[in-house]
Design a protein around this ligand. Structure first.
Ligand code: SF4
Length: 271
């Protein structure tokens, strides 16, 4: 998440992070606005994951080249968005590390899919015809050997941006998994889910900053760069001075949007 020209810009990972933890979105937003620094710059294990991911990504790239596909590498372009649009217009077989941009009602949108591959060069998993016209589908390289919901959501986000850039909604999106297999999904099957998540994220970005989401433990905490801060917050709340309940639950209020706030005088709620 970044703030550019006074406008929040969200990437595919921000949409996936929002799904993992809404407190994470609030903290990342504070960081993007320069109001808070995380205890760690990166998630735990993130840099190693990036290194291994790059190796896998290059292996997928070499596979496309070995298959004789023409690759337009736009990774170093000064204006990545324009270079990507130009490569698409030029009909390159594969666009490597393209940049996709769009606008949502609550934030600018930004995506860096690993590959955009011309749809006529990819097999149709169900044998059904694709939309008419030269167009591309997203292929994202993922180290995992199995499909993760987070990866599908990110690929659906890229497909949404790609549809606007090329003027044709892609029928399929693909993950190039760590064991060399491709997993393909119909974009339409996930478009509503992606759109709903993105809209909730945009609403959260424009929401009341004082409506703090409580840092309830979730799976993502194991690697989260904010982990120490959230852990300390929970520890402090569990260590309340006498006269207040020793459990944080009775003093937490939850709004209709799913946000919660600290309120010592609130009506107790059941744990
Ligand atoms: S540490 Fe856990 S609760 Fe805190 S922001 Fe990260 S994922 Fe959310």
């Amino acid at each position: 998440m970044k703030v550019t020209d006074g406008r929040v810009r969200v990437a595919a990972s921000d949409v996936a992070n929002f799904l993992a933890c809404r407190r994470l979105t609030q903290l990342d937003l504070l960081r993007a606005r320069g109001e808070l620094r995380p205890p760690r710059e990166f998630d735990i294990g993130f840099q190693d994951l990036v290194r291994r991911g790059e190796v896998h990504e290059r292996a997928v790239l070499e596979r496309f080249r070995a298959e004789g596909l023409e690759v337009a590498d736009v990774s170093g372009a000064e204006d990545g968005t324009e270079a990507t649009a130009a490569a698409i217009r030029g009909g390159a077989g594969v666009v490597y590390q393209g940049t996709l941009a769009g606008e949502g009602p609550g934030a600018a949108l930004f995506g860096r899919p690993d590959f955009l591959v011309r749809a006529d060069l990819l097999p149709a998993p169900d044998g059904e015809p694709r939309p008419d016209g030269v167009h591309y589908e997203v292929v994202d390289a993922k180290l995992a050997r199995s499909v993760k919901a987070r990866a599908v959501l990110q690929t659906a986000f890229y497909s949404h941006l790609l549809a606007d850039v090329q003027g044709i909604a892609p029928r399929w999106m693909h993950l190039a998994l760590g064991h060399g297999e491709f997993a393909s999904f119909k974009v339409d099957d996930f478009a509503a889910y992606e759109r709903q998540t993105r809209r909730l994220l945009e609403a959260a970005i424009g929401g009341d900053p004082a409506a703090e989401v409580y840092p309830e433990p979730v799976e993502h905490c194991a690697i989260c760069r904010w982990r120490d801060m959230c852990r300390e917050r929970r520890r402090t709340d569990d260590d309340l001075p006498s006269g207040r309940p020793a459990c944080r639950w009775p003093v937490r209020t939850t709004g209709s949007s799913g946000t919660s706030s600290w309120s010592p005088n609130a009506t107790p709620v059941a744990p």
